[in-house]
Design a protein around this ligand. Sequence first.
Ligand code: SAH
Length: 302
Amino acid sequence: MSDVSPSAARVACLALDTLEARRIADVLAESLDPEAVVVSTFEASDGCWPLTLHFREPPDEANIRELVALAAGTAHADALTFETLAPTDWVKTSLEGLKPVDAGRFVVFGAHDRTRIAVNRVGIEIEAGLAFGTGHHGSTRGCLLALERIVKGRRPARGALDIGTGTGVLAIAAAKSLRKPVLATDIDLRAVRTARDNARLNRVAGLIEITRAANLGVRRIRMRAPFALVLANILLAPLRQLAGPMTRLVAPGGHIVLSGLLRAQETAVLGAYLPHGLALARRVPLEGWVTLVLTRRTRRRL
Ligand code: SAH
């Protein structure tokens, strides 16, 4: 997802109502390669639900139109618009017209809504810049809902690790709700800078350390392990590769929250993680994406 979004050059959009948008988003998400296209839908300020496809490479527009015709009918296929966005500003631009995102007690918002957030919510203000994570994506929202359930249960005694922090949205949510130190990493230096700015903006810079890391073997991560909670919203392929090293970073009884997965990919990711002594605790399906909460067993099963 991340690989796709900040550098996305081509975007296709449709304006729909809620149910239609969710149904069509599910069909498209399952038909398209998640490494190449991100399908998203969210409520815009006019009450409409734009459905957007972000392409990593310029798509074959006729093919995409055909697929939309199959999923949504020819009227929608004809209404589909393609545009090329400057890679520097699409996330920012899209935030400006968007409503705050509710995810349980969390609410993710842009600066324009700062004065409208109820005081009893955990507010996360995001300036997206060049990073992914405005909260509008089903995978981010799924992680926030999973985090809320974890915090409502027994409050973790140790800190958290957020792998692929993007804007820092999950790290900020974890720091604000756990009141424990959070280590956040990203492979993309632009995301690291954006996340640092957002941590300051949300007054949790003292709790969050953000570092660039391409793998989980780096000293900073090893020194801070074991974590009570690991969050990783980064797509199937890297998640599968990281199964062993990620499990070793979690304290027994601790949780791993995995997202960035299409529902059809759930079995593959469980196949990679469960053999490492993890149990599936919860799943949060949202808009064609699924977030999985795994718990590290206190003792390995023989
Ligand atoms: N955590 C945010 C952002 C998710 S986008 C949210 O939930 O909204 C995924 C982010 O992961 C991107 O910023 C991308 O640069 C980063 N990423 C992708 N693969 C990674 C890897 N193997 N290790 C660390 N970060 C990775």
